[in-house]
Design a protein around this ligand. Structure first.
Ligand SMILES: Nc1nc2c(ncn2[C@@H]2O[C@H](COP(=O)(O)OP(=O)(O)OP(=O)(O)O)[C@@H](O)[C@H]2O)c(=O)[nH]1
Ligand SMILES: [Mg+2]
Length: 224
């Protein structure tokens, strides 16, 4: 009897797909500073001037092509400003890898609350290495004229260093200013803290840009 034909050769293995990284990021700060608007702009590319307070927490997912080999998925936790006075933040913060703390440049009280949010965060969340999670300060609504708070970039830098922020950006959800930049900066710090947890990257030095058509970059993130 003739032998059966040999089986066809196995198809070549498909090329390995991109690596995926998933990070939970927190977006916190006082009522009405623009957390939901920043996320909406970042994820859905739109903006509404109407204010509807977030109740509890909302979620959004942003997928970034980080580099040719890596896709980064950002799970954004939009925590209601009123939660600072509740007792759920410990639950919401769990397993987050990075955070944005947002204030409204037109309302000084929201800047004063930044240190309270940071203390709450650091008291309730640390990385497995024991370090605080990388956190970026966002001075939002920079499209508004009243920018007295952030016009002094040196003071802001000092504030960031003293309070453990890895950088800060002036942002506008309305005009789509610096949101992508701030997010890439945070992801870069998270990746650095994962690969070398003992040596956190240097704090960023970000000069406020007075001409809002030029996006500010995070100097450490774009350092080669
Ligand atoms: N001009 C201007 N207005 C903004 C900007 N971002 C948000 N707003 C407005 O500020 C108000 C509050 O924005 P939200 O995004 O709902 O604020 P929030 O921080 O999510 O507030 P809570 O959910 O209550 O914690 C809304 O009327 C927005 O349209 C901005 O960059 N520029
Ligand atoms: Mg909200």
């Amino acid at each position: 009897m003739p032998l059966p034909p040999p089986p066809p050769p196995a198809p070549p293995a498909p090329p390995p797909g991109p690596k995926e990284r998933l990070y939970k990021l927190l977006v916190i700060g006082d009522l009405g500073v623009g957390k939901t608007s920043l996320i909406k702009r970042y994820v859905h590319q739109n903006f509404s001037p109407h204010y509807r307070a977030t109740i509890g927490v909302d979620f959004a997912l942003k997928v970034l092509s980080w580099d040719p080999e890596t896709v980064v998925r950002l799970q954004l936790w939009d925590i209601a400003g009123q939660e600072r006075f509740g007792n759920m933040t410990r639950v919401y913060y769990r397993e987050a890898m990075g955070a944005f703390i947002v204030f409204d440049v037109t309302r000084p009280a929201t800047f004063e609350a930044v240190t309270k949010w940071k203390e709450d965060l650091d008291a309730k969340l640390t990385l497995p290495s024991g370090q605080p999670v990388p956190t970026i300060l966002l001075a939002n609504k920079c499209d508004q004229t009243n920018e007295v708070l952030v016009n002094n970039g040196i003071k802001m830098e000092q504030f960031c260093q003293e309070n453990g922020f890895v950088g800060w950006f002036e942002t506008s959800a309305k005009e789509n200013i610096n949101i992508d930049e701030a997010s890439r900066c945070l992801v870069r710090h998270i990746i650095a803290s994962e690969s070398d947890p003992v040596q956190p990257v240097e704090a960023d030095v970000v000069k406020p840009h007075l001409n809002s058509s030029k996006p500010t970059s995070c100097s450490s993130c774009f350092r080669s």
